[in-house]
Design a protein around this ligand. Structure first.
Ligand code: UDX
Length: 425
């Protein structure tokens, strides 16, 4: 089928490449001309595993443009995957969706189906229907189709969805979406058709629940440190209960990224507008902020609260591995706090770049001449580092915020090792 994706961010690129690889022809529209130029040259503007390979492999099924008019007669199915950032008050800015919808309305020939993949407040797609009705006589259906992919495994997640959620009251829209998703072979019980509001809510509820799960394990980790228990054993013990499961129970320096912080704030805001207080989600945010303080305190406690002029090697800047994204990354706040206390930073991340930080080309370079090492992202390449690399640290101490080196025996080398949820090893 010919389809169009509007907005080529993480969701848009994964959807475009995913649909193209399953045999659809995808017209990809983004108003950023520079981005379109790069995509036409086969370059992916973000770091996302597999994307480079797929854009080359399926180039016959892809067309990139900034001009929706030029492709308006080629398809009547438009997936919207534009950004819906947080406003200052925690509410959601949906202006990019309106811009995209206006373009579709302007150029749609007869019938059109707009499928919204962007995360939007509950009730937004119903409102959008009214908005469109006031603007055009052409029949335009709306469906909500929230996306659950994770950055760093975006393509993999898109191609192997655990569930497809469709929110619409239009039978025609359902039929079209069933046809589009047919090559994914999603079992019937995982293909959920519901109303728009419920589909929108599923997305917020899922992200908030996952954020809550991480905050929960981080609180238990804190208690483990006080009670001489080992969070890794607790995690294992919990995950053997399949009502709990083994996912999203990694303790650390908290959750960041472009979704959890934004979506937890948004759902609290939506609840507030409906005179409801979401106490669990509020607590999850509070615990998440506290987790950063807790980790920084581990470092400052070690130095008797004096890290002035200490040189700290930071390993990892992205909000998680396999992405170069630093939006709401815990590293940003941790580094800022360390700098405020007078520390000097030397950092390394395989992909992420932060302009204001002194960055190096390898772990080895970042560690050279540093007093201590602080691990903030569980990049796979860090797991390969030899213990001896840390012997050159002046103070021979590692603070591991992501339990990357949890199974190493640093004591043997006279190196002190601190992680989250277990006392010094
Ligand atoms: C999330 C959701 O998982 C995805 O379904 C949704 O579509 C978008 O938001 P993403 O933000 O890409 O995906 O990353 P995710 O893997 O969920 O991690 C979010 C944050 O939680 C990261 O900072 C990560 O380091 C942290 N995290 C995750 C933990 O601290 N512990 C864990 O066990 C898992």
């Amino acid at each position: 089928m010919n389809i169009c994706t509007i907005g080529i961010g993480y969701v848009g690129i994964a959807a475009a490449l995913g649909f193209a690889s399953l045999g659809h022809f995808v017209f990809c529209v983004d108003k950023d001309e520079e981005k379109i130029k790069k995509l036409n040259e086969g370059q992916i503007p973000i770091y996302e595993p597999k994307a480079d390979e797929l854009i080359k492999k399926y180039k016959k099924n892809l067309f990139f443009t900034s001009d929706i008019k030029s492709i308006a007669d080629k398809t009547n199915v438009f997936f919207i995957a534009v950004g819906t950032p947080s406003k200052q008050d925690g509410s959601v800015d949906c202006s990019h969706i309106f811009e995209a919808v206006d373009e579709v309305i302007e150029h749609a020939q007869k019938y059109a189906l707009i499928i919204n993949k962007s995360t939007v407040p509950i009730g937004f797609n119903s409102e959008l229907k009214k908005y469109i009705k006031n603007k055009t006589d052409i029949q335009i259906d709306i469906a909500s189709n929230p996306e659950f992919l994770r950055q760093g495994s975006a393509i993999e997640d898109f191609l192997n969805p655990q569930r497809v959620v469709i929110g619409t009251k239009s039978q025609k829209a359902i039929e079209i979406l069933k046809e589009i998703y047919a090559p994914f072979n999603v079992p019937n019980e995982r293909f959920l058709i519901t109303d728009e509001n419920s589909a929108e809510m599923i997305k917020y509820a899922a992200n908030s629940f996952l954020a809550l799960k991480i905050s929960y394990i981080n609180e238990i980790a804190k208690l483990c440190e006080k009670t001489n228990a080992d969070i890794q054993a607790i995690k294992k013990g919990l995950s053997l209960d399949n009502r709990i499961g083994d996912k999203f129970l990694n303790p650390g320096i908290g959750w960041g990224g472009s979704c959890f912080p934004k979506d937890t704030k948004a759902i609290i805001n939506i609840a507030k507008e409906n005179n409801i207080e979401l106490k669990t989600i509020k607590s999850a945010i509070e615990v998440n902020q506290g987790q950063i303080e807790h980790f920084v305190k581990k470092i400052t406690d070690f130095y008797n609260n004096d890290i002035k002029n200490k040189t700290i090697a930071i390993l990892g800047l992205a909000f998680k591995p396999d992405t170069n994204d630093t939006r709401e990354a815990p590293s940003l706040t941790i580094i800022q706090k360390l700098k405020e206390k007078g520390a000097k930073i030397k950092a390394y991340d395989p992909w992420a770049k932060i302009d204001t930080i002194n960055q190096f080309e390898s772990c080895k370079q970042a560690l050279e001449g540093a007093d201590c090492a602080v691990v903030l992202v569980e990049w796979e390449e860090f797991r390969e580092i030899d213990e001896k690399e840390f012997l050159n640290l002046n103070d021979k101490v590692i603070f591991d915020g992501r339990s990357v080196f949890i199974d190493r025996n640093f004591k043997k080398y006279g190196i002190k090792y601190f992680c989250v949820g277990k006392n010094e090893q």
